[in-house]
Design a protein around this ligand. Structure first.
Ligand code: PLP
Length: 377
């Protein structure tokens, strides 16, 4: 599994919940694209557009969308959430439900709507027997939208999206999922959860570059979003430049892509996604979960260490967060960084987020360093 990457040998890279390293084939794709641009510019532009379509097809496969027409390529997750927030025609009295563990992007965007008379309800995920129950208890007949992270960025808690999708359907609420911490790490099925909108940037578990995000919009929910951005690329017939006065938005999610595509990042993400699809998301998921389970058993046996992430296999994806008692966790983080560990300080502790290719020996080394830190502090 390791030969898909060529990381510096001195590093232990467990930071895919932040920004992933690129697989070798992605590095190659970007180099080749640069060479091509230098040599012949956009002479083969039609090929680029074909590749973009391949990427959309592959993303549709990755999330089991009914059609690639339901996929748009945007800049990032926050842009997708903003398109949804600004696109819905809110009515006075509407409310939105989110959780108290969200990354700022899935809070700020909804909080900004309060100025328009929309109520924001925040469920405390630890207040009830299951996190889903806490959310469902906040929903009522005025709940227009539920927006939730599939996997919480700090704790790593993986939500039961089937239960939440069912609740939205029963309540006739729109269902929006920030899936940046799940897609590419574990299997994801938009149809099974009946999501209206799913957003996920490619630079984490999908192993792509920053600046290109997957935006899924269910075909039957497309008209729910008033268009916010305008340009030549979002019209139904984008090759007809003479039809400026009588244009229609694309029937597909391309209506959310207003101008020229980001062809560089498209080449990169296509290469990364091709790797995940070749490996198969079932085996990627098994490896990601096994890795987190290994970390859990190693760290649970360490003195003074508290595992902050859920330990049940179906309640986590690739995020493992822990803290250590009696020491400054920020100093421990710095110590690990100096050892060559690429990780993050999150959720009141330290977050490791290994992908499928990380090795058991790396986890043993991490556990040793964390255990030793007492001595050297
Ligand atoms: C749950 C979640 N949503 C969104 C983001 C960031 O989104 P963007 O793609 O807008 O940078 C992060 C980044 O850490 C995240 O963890």
């Amino acid at each position: 599994m390791t030969n898909y990457f060529k990381l510096d040998p001195g590093l232990i890279y467990v930071n895919h919940a932040a920004v992933a390293p690129w697989p070798l084939r992605t590095v190659e794709a970007v180099k080749n694209f640069a060479d091509e641009n230098g040599a012949v510019g956009s002479r083969h532009y039609e090929q680029w557009i074909k590749l973009e379509q391949t990427l959309k097809n592959n993303l549709a496969t990755l999330i089991n969308a009914a059609s690639s027409d339901e996929i748009a390529l945007l800049k990032n997750t926050s842009e997708g959430l903003s398109i949804i927030a600004k696109g819905i025609e809110w009515q006075a009295g509407d409310n939105i439900v989110i959780s108290n563990q969200e990354f700022p992007s899935n809070y700020i965007v909804w909080e900004a709507l309060q100025r328009e008379g929309v109520e924001l309800r925040i469920a405390d995920l630890l207040s009830t027997e299951t996190p889903e129950q806490a959310i469902i208890e906040k929903m009522d007949s005025n709940t227009r939208l539920l927006s939730i992270s599939a996997v919480q960025y700090a704790s790593g808690l993986k939500m039961d999206l089937h239960t939440l999708g069912d609740a939205c359907k029963a309540n006739q609420s729109l269902f929006c999922v920030d899936a940046i911490q799940q897609i590419g790490a574990t299997q994801f099925d938009v149809q099974a959860i009946d999501a209206d909108f799913v957003v996920a940037d490619g630079h984490k578990w999908m192993l792509g570059p920053e600046g290109l995000a997957l935006f899924y919009c269910k075909q039957s929910s497309m008209e729910q979003l008033k268009l916010q951005q305008f340009g030549w690329h979002m019209v139904e017939d984008l090759s007809d430049f003479s039809n400026m006065h009588n244009w229609q938005p694309a029937h597909s999610a391309r209506r959310f892509e207003c101008g020229s595509p980001n062809t560089l990042t498209t080449h990169a993400l296509q290469a990364s996604i091709s790797l995940l699809l070749e490996l198969g998301m079932e085996s990627v998921e098994a490896a990601v979960k096994d890795n987190v389970q290994s970390l859990i058993s190693l760290f649970e046996s360490l003195k003074d260490v508290t595992v902050l992430s859920p330990t049940e296999r179906d309640r986590h994806a690739g995020i493992f967060t822990f803290s250590k008692k009696g020491i400054d966790n920020q100093q421990l983080y710095q110590y690990l960084v100096e050892k060559g560990v690429v990780c993050a300080a999150r959720g009141g502790g330290i977050r490791f987020s290994p992908h499928f290719y990380n090795q058991a020996s790396e986890f043993e080394q991490l556990a040793k360093w964390v255990d030793q830190f007492n001595l050297s502090a």
